[in-house]
Design a protein around this ligand. Structure first.
Ligand SMILES: *[C@@H]1O[C@H](CO)[C@@H](O)[C@H](O)[C@H]1NC(C)=O
Ligand SMILES: *[C@@H]1O[C@H](CO)[C@@H](O)[C@H](O)[C@H]1NC(C)=O
Ligand SMILES: *[C@@H]1O[C@H](CO)[C@@H](O)[C@H](O)[C@H]1NC(C)=O
Ligand SMILES: *[C@@H]1O[C@H](CO)[C@@H](O)[C@H](O)[C@H]1NC(C)=O
Ligand SMILES: *[C@@H]1O[C@H](CO)[C@@H](O)[C@H](O)[C@H]1NC(C)=O
Ligand SMILES: *[C@@H]1O[C@H](CO)[C@@H](O)[C@H](O)[C@H]1NC(C)=O
Ligand SMILES: *[C@@H]1O[C@H](CO)[C@@H](O)[C@H](O)[C@H]1NC(C)=O
Ligand SMILES: *[C@@H]1O[C@H](CO)[C@@H](O)[C@H](O)[C@H]1NC(C)=O
Ligand SMILES: *[C@@H]1O[C@H](CO)[C@@H](O)[C@H](O)[C@H]1NC(C)=O
Ligand SMILES: *[C@@H]1O[C@H](CO)[C@@H](O)[C@H](O)[C@H]1NC(C)=O
Length: 674
């Protein structure tokens, strides 16, 4: 709804006196007309603001103040992105009924002191992106913010001390944003006029110093965002009521809590992107659930401060620990993890860890996810009974070769296993080291290959780029694999029965970039298989499928296919929905029938632009969509002609020969008679 129509100024009803001389009537009428003319268009014409019940939205209309004829009981006024410079009673139309005032992105330099004092309903005030630094220079206070609970002063060019002019009398303030200003120091009395603050956001300033007591006086403070500042050290953290502390992107080297028996309520601490050399010291009585120390300079998990404190680590509530992108080379399992009895997600990827082990019975029994990708792992050990909730294990980008063969069989809840970019070998299920018999000792079964059979919950296995050379028989028996990625193992020799055992589970099979020239493994018995990627290989013919195929998408891009076998295509036709086959040296006239079939079965060829074929009459490959039946008939005609001409020539020759023999005979008989 538009304001202009809804709020057109209402003319007072004109009561005409009944008995008046005609002249007077005329004069009145004239007066009325003149006044009407003057008010149409009315001088207090409203720009096209939107009005929804008590809310007026006048965004981006080049206004210098509120429209003058607002509904008298307007509750929410959105004047963001306008040209307001002086914020006064007049520019707000002398209204005091506001609950929510949005003045974001104006040019406010001046606020009439005391303006908000009488706005007893004003809860949310957004003054972000203005020029309030200019106002602060005038050393005036904006006065009492009687009811304001949420105040946004972000992006106002405010520097140290300037916030005082806005906060000195704000008894109801709970939520304050001072983001993106130029504050360098938080003085001890910065918030002394706003003691009910619950949440303060100081993201993107240049804070170097926080005076003692600055936040301590705020007993209700639960959330503090100090991210993207210049803090270098916090050595006496004592905000026991704080629940969320964000210190992301500072230059912090040390984080240390004060020693105390008080229980810290802190649930989330983000120290990522700092310069921490040691693990933060957090008081023993903590409730911390989330700790992020990603992208720091940790070389050890030793706690900052003295060495003795290591044994006093307690993180019984910790659920998420992110230590990725550091320089850790090892983690002493017992010492470090024993106190983390609730840990669910551990990220230590992008470090330099060479060896990782969790061997103690019952250690990390609640962990669901471990991310150890991109380290230098050479050895990995899990004890029986450890990590019994582990579902996802990321080990890609390491140097794993020789592993305990039954390592993954032992992880009873493991569902996703990422081993891309390593050098593991796959054992056949029949090999003694894969059980199910008694576990062999290391002497009996020297580590060489790893068993992926009998991992009873494993359903996604990623083994791409492992220099895998062979895939033995029944390699995945009794593992309910749905996804198997074997791509980027050029030269991989798959045993004919390597995938047997996966008949009823395997859905996705990835075999791209394996330099396969003909597929040896039998795919036709894989009844559940829906998605097959065979791209970038050397296939010269389609693999054979029995009539049972349920393949829905097949990628044959970038192979060496010259023609598509009709029989194989027929087997696929029933289920196939998507077929990729660009970048193959198809022959136009050999593929015609198959293509015709594909075109008429509703199969989608997403890369049809890249599907070309060679035709002897065209120097360049022809897009398959441009190939017509005639092009191939045309090519057939000369062949027939050659045959016919040859036949004719032969017939003529034969005729001549017969004639010759006949003549000779005649001549002979003639000489005989002669
Ligand atoms: C804003 O207010 C100041 C002081 O009251 C005054 O000097 C100035 O002219 C006003 N500016 C505008 C654009 O109204
Ligand atoms: C606090 O203020 C910020 C910025 O004005 C806003 O995005 C946020 O939703 C507010 N939070 C609460 C709890 O009011
Ligand atoms: C513990 O907290 C209370 C307030 O909750 C405070 O008075 C006391 O000083 C704190 N103790 C320590 C050792 O800091
Ligand atoms: C930890 O912080 C980094 C960088 O700030 C971020 O990318 C990552 O998602 C965070 N970790 C978690 C678990 O949220
Ligand atoms: C870590 O602490 C252990 C003892 O708790 C000590 O032996 C080791 O040298 C420390 N490492 C570093 C890098 O400080
Ligand atoms: C660590 O715990 C021991 C007792 O196990 C105690 O004597 C020592 O004071 C504690 N250290 C710290 C720094 O709390
Ligand atoms: C670390 O891994 C966890 C879980 O996998 C993820 O939530 C987090 O974002 C990762 N950290 C980074 C920096 O990507
Ligand atoms: C593992 O951690 C890295 C950060 O180092 C992150 O980029 C990646 O997304 C994480 N993996 C998962 C699956 O969370
Ligand atoms: C791919 O296979 C061909 C033989 O089929 C072989 O000559 C070539 O070296 C192989 N390439 C790679 C990268 O293994
Ligand atoms: C196609 O395969 C060849 C090797 O067979 C490879 O070098 C090339 O990068 C592949 N092209 C694409 C687009 O994948």
């Amino acid at each position: 709804m538009k304001v202009s129509s809804a709020m057109a100024p209402v003319q007072p009803p004109v009561q005409l006196p009944v008995q008046l001389p005609v002249q007077l009537w005329f004069q009145l009428l004239l007066l009325l007309l003149v006044s009407r003319a003057a008010s149409a268009p009315p001088p207090r014409h409203l720009p096209p603001c939107q009005v929804v019940q008590m809310d007026v939205i006048c965004r981006d209309l080049s206004l210098r103040g509120a429209p003058l004829n607002l509904p008298p009981d307007v509750q929410r006024l959105d004047l963001s992105r306008n040209q307001v410079q002086n914020l006064t009673q007049e520019s707000l139309g002398f209204h005091t009924s506001f609950h929510h005032l949005d003045l974001h992105a104006n040019k406010i330099l001046f606020i009439q002191p005391g303006l908000f004092r009488d706005m007893s309903e004003l809860r949310v005030l957004d003054l972000s992106k203005n020029h309030l630094n200019v106002f602060a220079l005038s050393k005036l206070h904006i006065g009492r913010l009687t009811a304001v609970e949420s105040l946004d002063l972000s992006s106002n060019g405010l520097y140290t001390g300037m916030s005082d002019y806005f906060l000195s009398d704000s008894p109801s303030l709970a939520n304050l944003s001072l983001n993106s200003n130029s504050i360098t120091k938080i003085a001890h009395n910065t918030f002394s006029g706003s003691l009910f603050l619950k949440k303060i956001s100081l993201h993107n300033n240049v804070i170097l110093e926080i005076e003692d007591g600055a936040f301590d006086i705020l007993h209700h403070l639960t959330e503090l965002d100090l991210s993207k500042n210049s803090i270098t050290c916090i050595d006496d953290f004592n905000l026991y009521n704080l629940k969320v502390l964000n210190l992301n992107r500072n230059s912090i080297e040390i984080f240390q809590s004060t020693q105390s028996q008080n229980v810290s309520q802190l649930r989330s601490l983000d120290l990522s992107q700092n310069k921490m050399l040691y693990f933060p010291h957090i008081s023993e009585n903590n409730m911390l659930e989330f700790l992020n120390i990603s992208r720091n300079q940790l070389q050890t998990v030793n706690v900052s401060g003295s060495q003795g404190q290591q044994s006093n680590l307690t993180f019984n509530h910790l659920r998420y620990l992110d230590m990725s992108h550091n320089q850790l080379s090892s983690i002493p399992e017992h010492q470090f993890f024993k106190c983390m009895t609730s840990l669910e997600v551990l990220n230590v990827s992008h470090n330099c860890i060479r060896s990782f082990s969790i061997t103690h019975e019952g250690l990390l029994r609640t962990v669901r996810v471990i991310n150890l990708s991109y380290n230098s792992l050479q050895s990995l050990a899990f004890g029986a009974g450890a990590l019994r909730s582990l579902r996802r294990l990321y080990l890609h980008g390491n140097a794993l070769t020789a592993l305990d063969p039954q390592l993954f069989q032992r992880l009873s809840s493991l569902r996703y296993l990422h081993l891309e970019q390593n050098s593991v070998r796959v054992c056949g299920s029949e090999e003694p080291q894969c059980g199910p018999g008694p576990v062999l000792s290391e002497q009996e079964a020297p580590p060489g290959c790893v068993c992926f059979s009998r991992a009873h919950k494993l359903h996604s296995l990623y083994l791409s780029d492992n220099n895998l050379l062979t895939l033995p028989e029944k390699a995945f028996v009794d593992s309910p694999l749905k996804v198997l990625d074997l791509s980027l193992n050029p030269g991989l020799d798959m045993h004919k029965d390597s995938l047997s055992g996966l008949e009823h589970s395997l859905v996705h099979l990835l075999l791209s970039e394996n330099n396969i020239s003909s597929l040896t493994a039998d795919l036709s018995s894989l009844r559940s298989l829906r998605h097959v990627d065979l791209s970038t290989n050397q296939l010269r013919a389609l693999p054979e499928w029995s009539g049972q195929s349920s393949i829905e998408s097949l990628n044959l891009q970038n192979n060496s296919l010259v023609s598509l076998d009709r029989r194989s295509l027929l087997a696929l036709e029933r289920s196939l929905k998507t077929l990729y086959m660009g970048s193959n040296p198809l022959s136009c006239c050999h593929s015609l029938a198959a293509l015709h079939m594909v075109q008429h079965s509703g199969v989608v060829v997403p890369d049809i632009e890249a599907v070309t074929c060679v035709h002897q009459e065209h120097p360049e490959p022809v897009n398959i969509e441009k190939v017509t039946q005639d092009m191939c008939h045309g090519a057939g005609v000369p062949n027939y002609a050659v045959v016919i001409v040859t036949l004719l020539v032969l017939l003529i020759l034969l005729g001549l020969l017969l004639k010759c023999v006949h003549l000779r005979r005649k001549r002979h008989s003639r000489s005989f008679t002669a």
